[in-house]
Design a protein around this ligand. Sequence first.
Ligand code: NAD
Length: 262
Amino acid sequence: MAFDVAGRVILVTGAASGIGAGIAEVFAAEGAVVVAADLFADRLDAEAHRINSLGLRGTVHAMQLDVTDAAAVERALDGAAAEHGGIDAVINSAGIFIDIDPHDIDTDAVRRVMEVNFFGALNVCSAATKHLIARKGSMVNLATGGLDRPLPAQLAYVASKAAVVELTRTMALALGSDGVRVNAVAPGYIDTPMIRRNYTLPNGELSAGWEDQLETYRSLSPLHLVGEPSDVAWQIVYLVSDEARFVTGQTFRPNGGFVVPR
Ligand SMILES: NC(=O)c1ccc[n+]([C@@H]2O[C@H](COP(=O)([O-])OP(=O)(O)OC[C@H]3O[C@@H](n4cnc5c(N)ncnc54)[C@H](O)[C@@H]3O)[C@@H](O)[C@H]2O)c1
């Protein structure tokens, strides 16, 4: 069977929500052992319970983790490897977005974004390296389509994701001879709580402007689509599978044609 990830141990960060939760579900559907990590234990437990109730071939194991805490990340990955007999892939989906006004830059906010998006991924890649060398596994890091088409308010966000892409490229070069592949995925607009946040009312409902915003996002795609988390997850299944054995150091763009670089 092609793209077979059944039985593989896949650690996904940011798995309580959006793309990370979608990745956990798709890998569980494909029979993987998913270690789902997130800062927010309650939301994570609920998501893991939801996925495990679907009767899929694989399983999801929830693990509370703050990816900015390097020591905790190392303990968590060592523990997961001991419990499940190793780790075959890590997928860094934990991330935050903070609007920055380039005319009045809030450097503390920029640092927070770098801390989670860049250092969080760095901590996981660093702690995962020995485990992935042992299994000739792979890493996948979430970047953003904003790298090709940035907005001014994304100053901190795109800087952090540019750093993630450079981490990906250098780790790929460094770990290739160990048989470890490292790639990035730079999605276009994916319908998740991250892009709904500015349109979410205190009662959890979406404000009137959301439908217009969704239409704006659709209009940026020649397919007239906004992505779903599974659109990103399937790309990652391929990247983790043996069929991608020749693929490393690359950035992939599941983006509905939002940008079409050469
Ligand atoms: N949604 C999009 O359109 C889009 C597009 C391109 C890239 N991305 C990237 O994809 C990834 C997932 O985004 P999403 O849209 O699913 O966002 P989301 O906000 O729905 O989910 C992000 C998850 O990361 C978790 N998280 C935040 N800080 C953490 C920390 N310190 N430790 C552990 N977990 C932490 C959150 O609790 C949350 O569950 C992010 O890296 C984001 O930058 C999203």
